[in-house]
Ligand binder design. Structure first.
Ligand SMILES: Nc1ncnc2c1ncn2[C@@H]1O[C@H](COP(=O)(O)OP(=O)(O)OP(=O)(O)O)[C@@H](O)[C@H]1O
Ligand SMILES: Cc1cn([C@H]2C[C@H](O)[C@@H](COP(=O)(O)O)O2)c(=O)[nH]c1=O
Length: 255
């Protein structure tokens, strides 16, 4: 029996933008996209969904908002149950863009399962950064059994205090000391998590590049993400499953 590899999938790349509230994900990604001839499909961050699109994802998000009584990090006191709901929302997001990926469109998610891994791991281990890192990695493994991880994850990072300032100015609010501390811990954990998987993450650090360079780096990463992508498999179906985008199986038996 000979196994003949088949050509790469014609799907588009799935890219996520990650980082703290107010770090500039939306601002820089929009700047980057302005410079692209072919525009990606942008999947809104959670706060942009306030007015509600119909559907299951929105309903799940509303129940998290209700249960967390206005907490900016959707903390309702049961971090693992919340983690599973957040992963379900991110699975729902993927479901809604599968037809776009299948026709070759680039899709950019404003936040993906890495935010879930970081925030929920910090809630599970508020005083133990190493345990939080291990749990964040484990939560990403769990998330990757719900849905494929993004092909590329762009982490925008900065001094946490600068991100806090920008988010406060934008939202005309003042974070409590506890919320600002949570953001500082999330900043460190995002950076440590990114370092565990350099193949998937690209990090733009606003402490060392200005906004023009940052937007240009992001543009180049988005532009370079397409082409020669592997098929997108249902993680829970194993390696012989058909691609969610092109419908093919990754290996074909030849006579
Ligand atoms: N280089 C910059 N110069 C001026 N304003 C900026 C810059 N970067 C970001 N901002 C502003 O800071 C605010 C926060 O940025 P942005 O909304 O992009 O953050 P974000 O990472 O998407 O945050 P969140 O996840 O909370 O939505 C916005 O009002 C944005 O316009
Ligand atoms: C996806 C996700 C989000 N959050 C938090 C992070 C923010 O404080 C809000 C949503 O804001 P956004 O920047 O507009 O997306 O929700 C979270 O705690 N866990 C998550 O998985």
């Amino acid at each position: 029996m000979t196994i003949t590899p088949i050509p790469p999938c014609s799907r588009g790349p799935l890219i996520s933008a990650e980082g703290l509230n107010g770090v500039g994900k939306t601002y820089l990604t929009n700047r980057a996209v302005e410079a692209l001839k072919t525009k990606p499909l942008m999947l809104d961050e959670f706060s942009q969904r306030a007015n509600g699109r119909p559907g299951l994802g929105e309903t799940l998000l509303r129940s998290l908002r209700d249960a967390s009584a206005g907490d900016p990090f959707l903390r309702g006191g049961t971090p693992m149950a919340e983690a599973l709901l957040l992963m379900a929302i991110k699975r729902h997001d993927l479901d809604t863009v599968l037809p776009d990926l299948a026709r070759g469109q680039t899709v950019i998610e404003g936040r993906s399962v890495d935010t879930t891994a970081v925030c929920q791991a910090l809630l599970l281990h508020p005083d133990d950064p190493d345990a939080a890192l291990q749990t964040a990695t484990d939560l990403l493994d769990l998330a990757s059994s719900y849905r494929p991880l993004p092909d590329l994850t762009i982490l925008v990072t900065d001094d946490a205090s600068k991100a806090v300032e920008r988010a406060q100015r934008r939202d005309r609010c003042v974070f409590t000391d506890e919320q600002a501390d949570f953001m500082r811990a999330a900043c460190t954990l995002f950076e440590r998590l990114a370092a565990t998987d350099p193949a998937r993450y690209r990090v733009v650090d606003r402490r060392s590049v200005d906004e023009y360079e940052a937007a240009e780096q992001i543009r180049a990463w988005i532009q370079g993400a397409g082409g020669a992508l592997a098929c997108l498999m249902e993680p829970w179906q194993g390696p012989d499953a058909a691609c969610m985008c092109c419908g093919r199986r990754t290996t074909a038996e030849a006579a």
